[in-house]
Design a protein. Structure first.
Length: 283
């Protein structure tokens, strides 16, 4: 007669094997990218083998030597500047807009909130040309402003909606108690709502940083000078239509571009889960 533990054990082993197989499939592109970054130029195109036959670090050396007249650290700095600016803009503007929709009473709040929610379904390409014309007339094309300034105007409705739902879950008795202590709307936001909004703010900051760091299309539209290129734009400098493309260094820079995102996610994944899962007041 078999014990219950013996009957359950094969099922657990099968489950772990299945999960490990799915994880391997999901991680295969990353493993292939890292492996290819150590392949010599002749081996990148000629073979489909996962592991390099003759590993080399020359691709990374070429990346640090520079491409387009600038080193990889220069492009890192541009990406970091834009990403941090976007994070600050979204956190500040979206939290203020969410507080207005979630707590304040003003004429037209319902229609304005509904109109804001409709913008989530609006494709980015629809507003691209009008935005470009506006920034061109303001002399901001080929600068970082078109990529950062809209974030300070609460243009990401998804994050506003996320914070509004979080604010609505907070007891209004906290606002009333702060009002009795002499706080106005600004004081309530600063001393009551903002400290409790921390999980949603962290979620907004994490998603904004990752999306901005990986953005290619918007940066391609507004940035023309290689001096202002970010990492995604610098990757295209390795592809030359006239001569042979440097795929090895391109894969090496791709690994370096993914590294901050991976470290950033590992460091803040707990806050990301808390921000998405939290639906009520946390003490």
């Amino acid at each position: 007669m078999t014990s219950p533990g013996t009957a359950v054990r094969p099922r657990k082993v099968l489950w772990h094997v299945l999960v490990a197989g799915v994880l391997l499939v999901l991680l295969y592109p990353v493993i292939w990218l890292v492996s290819t970054s150590f392949k010599p130029a002749t081996e990148v195109i000629s073979t489909l083998a996962l592991l390099p036959r003759e590993p080399t670090g020359g691709n990374y050396a070429e990346v640090f030597d520079g491409v387009g007249g600038y080193g990889v650290l220069h492009y890192f700095g541009n990406s970091l500047l834009i990403s941090v600016g976007a994070v600050v803009g979204n956190v500040v503007s979206c939290s203020l807009a969410a507080y207005a929709f979630g707590r304040l009473h003003f004429r037209g709040r319902g229609p304005l909130f509904g109109f804001m929610m409709l913008t989530i379904m609006l494709p980015h390409h629809v507003v691209l040309i009008p935005q470009y014309v506006i920034f061109q007339q303001m002399g901001m094309v080929n600068t970082f402003w078109p990529l950062v300034l809209p974030k300070f105007l609460a243009t990401d409705a998804f994050f506003i909606f996320l914070m509004v739902q979080f604010i609505r879950s907070l007891p209004r008795e906290l606002d009333e108690a702060a009002t009795l202590d002499g706080c106005g709307p600004v004081g309530v936001f600063r001393h009551v709502i903002l400290p409790l909004l921390r999980p949603a703010l962290l979620t907004t900051a994490i998603f904004t940083f990752i999306w901005t760091w990986n953005d290619f299309f918007s940066q391609l539209i507004y940035l023309n000078d290689p001096e202002k290129f970010t990492l995604p734009l610098a990757l295209q400098l390795f592809i030359d239509q006239a001569t042979q493309s440097a795929f090895g260094p391109m894969f090496a820079m791709s690994v370096l571009a993914l590294l901050p995102i991976g470290l950033f996610f590992l460091a803040f994944q707990r806050f990301l889960v808390d921000g998405v899962a939290t639906s009520g007041l946390k003490g």
